[in-house]
Design a protein around this ligand. Structure first.
Ligand code: AP5
Ligand code: MG
Ligand code: ZN
Length: 225
């Protein structure tokens, strides 16, 4: 299955992407993580991306489209993938459709994880991440409140540089103007699934798996998968 996840900053795209990847056995591809890896590696791409990410603005479309197109040609994408944070503009959505059509494929579903503006800013302000393995912790959960080391690999937890309240508000504003139209784009094409993101992580996951399993079964019975 070829999927994308949409949603406000902090909606849970990264959290659910990791769970869905394991469940469906396909890769989770986060453009935000790819840019953060590039920044850490000190590459020219990283330097360019950092100028935009630090301000909460989008990296230019041509750059985002290029790294995704390149990533999708790798062997692990043969049986599908879960995009996280791409497409983020209608131009990116059109480019993705064009790239898929050129290989005889289609995006099977776009899943919007819906949360409110207040929830988005609150989650980002309380998110801590593991710089080694990428695990995410929500410090408002009692189980994570005192945690300073990663439960998986014991590295010291940090906060993302773009996770200040001010940058979170800017990312949200950018989302409403530039990414919200992508939701209408998929809705008009009958490919949008919306799930309520303000439930427990397990409940959101269950809702997504139920919807996506239905999509997969329909595709299989129509011979498209
Ligand atoms: P990106 O990394 O994609 O950031 P984002 O969209 O702002 O989303 P986040 O990663 O902040 O949130 P998330 O939805 O993954 O939530 P998470 O699961 O972590 O992009 C960063 C930047 O890169 C952009 O601003 C832009 O500059 C650039 N960029 C990326 N892609 C681009 C593109 N295509 N084009 C141009 N520029 C691009 O969860 C958040 C927190 O909530 C965690 O602490 C988690 O533990 C907690 N949580 C999750 N689910 C729940 C739940 N159900 N209940 C309670 N807490 C929960
Ligand atoms: Mg994320
Ligand atoms: Zn870790």
């Amino acid at each position: 299955m070829r999927l994308t996840m949409l949603g406000r900053p902090g909606a849970g795209k990264g959290t659910q992407g990791a769970l869905l990847a394991e469940h469906f056995g396909i890769p989770h591809i986060s453009t935000g993580s790819m840019f953060r890896d590039a920044i850490r590696s000190g590459s020219a791409l990283g330097a360019l991306a950092k100028r935009f990410i630090d301000r909460g603005h989008l990296v230019p479309d041509d750059v985002a489209i290029r790294i995704v197109e390149e990533r999708l040609t790798r062997g692990d994408c043969r049986n599908g993938y879960i995009l996280d944070g791409f497409p983020r503009t209608v131009a990116q959505a059109r480019a993705l459709d064009a790239a898929l059509h050129s290989t005889g494929h289609e995006l099977d579903a776009a899943v919007e994880i819906r949360i409110s503006d207040e929830e988005a800013v609150m989650r980002i302000a309380h998110r801590w991440v593991c710089p080694e393995c990428g695990a995410t912790y929500f410090r408002r959960y009692p189980a994570c409140a005192e945690r300073s080391r990663c439960q998986v690999c014991n590295a010291t937890l940090t906060q993302r540089e773009d996770d200040t309240e001010e940058t979170a508000r800017e990312r949200l504003a950018v989302y409403l103007v530039q990414t919200q139209p992508v939701i209408s784009y998929y809705e008009e094409r009958g490919r949008l699934i919306t799930v309520n993101g303000e439930q427990s992580i397990e409940e959101v996951f269950r809702e997504m798996v139920d919807s996506l399993t239905r999509v997969r079964d329909e595709l299989e019975s129509s011979g498209a998968l």
